[in-house]
Design a binder for this molecule. Sequence first.
Ligand code: NAI
Ligand code: MG
Length: 397
Amino acid sequence: MSKRTIVAMPGDGIGKVVLDETIKVLNAAGFEADYVEGDIGWEFWRSEGNPLPQRTIDLLAKHKIALFGAITSKPKDEAFEELAPELKEKGLVYSSPIVGLRQHFGLDICARPTKSYNGNPLNFIRRGADGGIEEPNVDAVIFRQNTEGLYGGVEWTDPEKQVYDAFMTHPKFKQNFGNVPKDEVSISTRIFSKNATERILRAAFEHAKEYNYPSVTLCEKPNVIRETSGMMYKMALKMQAADYPNIDLWNTNIDAQMMWLTKNPENYGVIVAGNMFGDIISDGFAGLIGGLGFACSAQMSSEGIAVFEPTHGSAPKYADFETSIVNPIAMVESACMMLDYIDEKEISAKIRKAVADVISEGKVRTYDMMKMTGRPDVIEKGAASTVEMADAIIAKL
Ligand code: NAI
Ligand code: MG
């Protein structure tokens, strides 16, 4: 079989080091691939006026699978200030290349697994009924609809008259906002389409089926947000009854779910939600298993294009340290999701076991695992560097 080509998009800041170290781990685990570098991020905004150059889109269209580090985003005005002088007259407006990728390729399914590792000092603990300490085993995978809902970008401030008039035809708008001057109204919409809702629900149920999770939890708010959450709930009920009779469908409201997050996180398996609630709940669960150093994700399209990335950003505060201190595990775990996706499950299992061994042994820990403040001196205080953590994982392989 010919070798696979993976698009490696380091992006900005710590994206580069975590991706480099992850590729080292992949090589050591015996994953054979060629990596082509995809340009993305701040550097390309500054020098070319486009943080997602067409050549990167072409690369991904060709090779389909990408590993992505992280990018830096800044507010519009600051972005303009940093543009190369010759680009300043061109009327360019900065927009996030991640959102750009999602929209261009229709990466509508986002999966964010959160699984606690034995011996991770950052694992969530709570007091049990007998006063003792309990450490629940968290193993939840959040399926977040990635392109629609509140992040769909359909919004207005001081909407044009046609739009405003259309809203005024809705009795609730008229009743609640009809007296507010038009130029004092801001509207952000939450639009769900049947097709995309069906796809995210299907992905969640299929994952539960493949990995033997007993339940799928729909985490929305259908009692209040009747149309969008309501449609999703009805579709989930129908899908479960028709195709997944052996998997329980639970229905929780996002607010209650945030309370249950610390009360009984071990009871949840696959969770599925719209864009914003999925974003919230996945960060909530990530906090229980160690936070940004451990939170991985996959974004997938219906066309077999997929981008695997840690949830964290470019951490500019730490990007220029002489010795990099950040935890590469979130990126390594994202690469394991890639391996699962392309059916290299033996290699991903091997890497996950190596990560688990390093964590449970407890000898090599990055600064976040030692609950230190991220500063260059954490290394002299005994924290492992990014490279040392990757090397420790490789040694276990
Ligand atoms: P961030 O995730 O980059 O960093 C926040 C803090 O989390 C860091 O200061 C550090 O204390 C910790 N952290 C992050 N990654 C870590 C790791 N691997 N190991 C240990 N600790 C880690 O978020 P922040 O500071 O809000 O944003 C920085 C830049 O990143 C911004 O320009 C933002 O727009 C961008 N960003 C990009 C994302 C992406 O590329 N997917 C996601 C989130 C933010
Ligand atoms: Mg988020």
